[in-house]
Design a protein around this ligand. Structure first.
Ligand SMILES: NC(=O)C1=CN([C@@H]2O[C@H](COP(=O)(O)OP(=O)(O)OC[C@H]3O[C@@H](n4cnc5c(N)ncnc54)[C@H](O)[C@@H]3O)[C@@H](O)[C@H]2O)C=CC1
Ligand SMILES: O=C(O)[C@@H]1CCC=N1
Length: 271
C-alpha cells in the first residue's frame, strides 16, 4: 500500500487527511508532520495517524504532500533536499509555487505534481486541478487523481493555468461565503432575526448550488427563471449592476491570479 505523508497539517492538510481516511485508507498508511507539538497531539488523538518529523516522513513515505503556506516553503525544502529518496512523488498543494521550484531544490529527477484544491475537501466536495511537473509520469498523475477523487472532483490542467485555477476554485469558496455573509446581513437590515435570515440564505445557497450542478442548465437560464417581468428580482439585479458587482468579481479574481503568480515568483533564484 502507498504511504502518504502530509507535510503541514493545517486547514487544507487536515481536510486531505480526513478525506483520505474517510475514503478507506488505513491510518497506518497516512503520516503527517506539524511544527506545533499540540497540533500533533490533537490530530493523533482525533484520527489515529502518526505525526513524525519531516525527514522521517521523507524516509517512510512514497508520496510527500506539501501543505505548508507558500511563505513557509524554504525551510521545508531545506529540510527535505538531503533526505528525499529516489522514486518519491512530491505533491504540492501550495498556491503559486511552480513544480520547477521543487525540481530545482530537490534531488534531480524528483517527480512533482502541482495541485490546487479547495476547502470543501472537508465535506468530500473539493474541486482540485492537477498538473504534472517535468518528471511526473502518467502513473503519478493517475495516483494523485485517485487520491483527490476520494475527496471531490479532479481536473487536469496545464501548469500555465494554475494561477487562474487558484483564483477561481482555490479561493472561490471564500467568495461564496462572503456573498452569503452579506446576504444574511441584508436580512438583518430588513428586520429578520439573524437565525431566520441565516437559514433562509444557506438553504437558498444549497438549493442554487445543486441546481447549478445537477440541472445541466446555464446559470443565465437559471437566473432568468427567477426573474419575473416587473418583479422583485429584476429590481435587485439592477442594483447589482449599478454597483458594479460583475466588474468587481472580474477585478477580484484577476487580482487573486496575479497574487498567485507573485507568490511563485518570490522563490525564483533572482528574487
Ligand atoms: N486554505 C485554503 O483554502 C487553501 C489552501 N491551499 C494551500 O494549502 C497550503 C496550506 O494552507 P492552509 O492549510 O490554509 O494553511 P495553514 O496555516 O492552516 O496550514 C499550514 C500548516 O503547516 C504547518 N507548517 C508550517 N511549516 C511547517 C514545517 N516546516 N513542517 C511541518 N509543518 C509545517 C503549520 O504549522 C500549519 O499548521 C498553502 O500553501 C495554501 O496556499 C490551497 C488551496 C486552498
Ligand atoms: O488564500 C490563499 O492563498 C489560499 C490559496 C487558495 C485559497 N486559499
Amino acid at each position: 500500500m502507498t504511504t502518504i505523508a502530509i507535510l503541514g497539517a493545517g486547514k487544507i492538510g487536515e481536510a486531505l487527511l480526513a478525506g483520505l481516511l474517510k475514503a478507506g485508507r488505513r491510518p497506518a498508511d497516512v503520516l503527517f508532520t506539524e511544527r506545533y507539538p499540540q497540533r500533533v497531539v490533537e490530530l493523533t488523538e482525533q484520527y489515529g495517524v502518526r505525526g513524525v518529523e519531516n525527514d522521517e516522513a521523507a524516509a517512510l513515505a512514497d508520496v510527500l504532500v506539501v501543505a505548508v503556506k507558500p511563505q513557509d516553503i524554504e525551510p521545508l525544502l531545506d529540510a527535505l533536499a538531503p533526505v528525499v529518496r529516489p522514486g518519491t512523488l512530491v505533491v504540492s498543494l501550495a498556491a503559486g509555487l511552480p513544480t520547477s521550484l521543487y525540481e530545482r531544490r530537490l534531488p534531480a529527477g524528483t517527480a512533482v505534481v502541482r495541485v490546487m484544491p479547495n476547502t470543501p475537501m472537508l465535506v468530500g466536495e473539493a474541486m482540485s486541478a492537477i498538473s504534472a511537473g517535468s518528471h511526473a509520469t502518467a502513473e503519478h498523475l493517475a495516483l494523485v487523481e485517485e487520491m483527490l477523487a476520494s475527496v471531490g472532483k479532479v481536473v487536469r490542467v496545464p501548469e500555465s493555468q494554475q494561477d487562474a485555477v487558484t483564483a477561481l476554485s482555490g479561493s472561490g469558496p471564500a467568495y461564496f461565503f462572503f456573498l452569503v455573509e452579506a446576504m444574511i446581513d441584508a436580512g438583518i437590515l430588513l428586520g429578520l432575526p439573524r437565525g431566520v435570515s441565516t437559514d433562509l440564505i444557506i438553504q437558498s445557497a444549497v438549493g442554487a448550488a445543486l441546481m447549478l450542478r445537477d440541472s445541466g442548465d446555464h446559470p443565465v437560464l437559471l437566473r432568468e427563471a427567477v426573474t419575473s417581468p416587473g418583479g422583485t428580482t429584476i429590481a435587485a439585479i439592477r442594483e447589482l449592476e449599478n454597483h458594479g458587482v460583475r466588474a468587481a468579481l472580474l477585478a477580484a479574481i484577476e487580482a487573486a491570479a496575479l497574487r498567485s503568480a507573485q507568490l511563485g515568483r518570490a522563490h525564483e533564484p533572482s528574487a
